[in-house]
Write a protein of this length. Sequence first.
Length: 198
Amino acid sequence: MSKCMHLNVICAQHTNHFMKSEINNWIDILREAWSNLVSDYRKLGERSGYAHRREEDIRCFLFCKIMDLLQERDKFLLDLAADVPILNQKADIGLAPKKEDGWKIALEIKRTGKLDKIKEDLEKLRNFLERKKIEAGVFLTIAEHSENLREKLTQSINTEFKLEGQDQENNNFTEWHRIKIDKFNMDWDTLFLVLRKV
């Protein structure tokens, strides 16, 4: 291999690594925002037994958490938008707009453990990925623990979407947290799920 060709290969690998790192940076911001939301959700529940039950409320709450993190990191807030149109549909939140009618990341939020609703959003995100309108999709939900969402996903969706239990920075994965407050009889599971181009 000539020196010139070798240099081109190294440059291409470096470019791919940079692009992947950029996506992973956005995923880390979302993960931190979600973790902050879950922490606040737990504190609110422990103090009052109250929690937002509407998807729209959680979306607003999360949008503010993301915005706070972007401001801390001096990132442009223009990189964040709600109800973004993609392929004649809408994603709840879009991060980092691309030049060609798309976003780096699209995010969907549900306040349910209903498998059909979750699968519908996952299919939407997978379609965006396949059509190259996003580079990663993130799905978030808070569900009653009694709905056994984790078990349902394991049985019916994990294999289909190649979901793993840990982030390897190039795979699809899930992260779970449980919010259990006996005093107010509150028991929820929270899911942070990432789909990448794998």
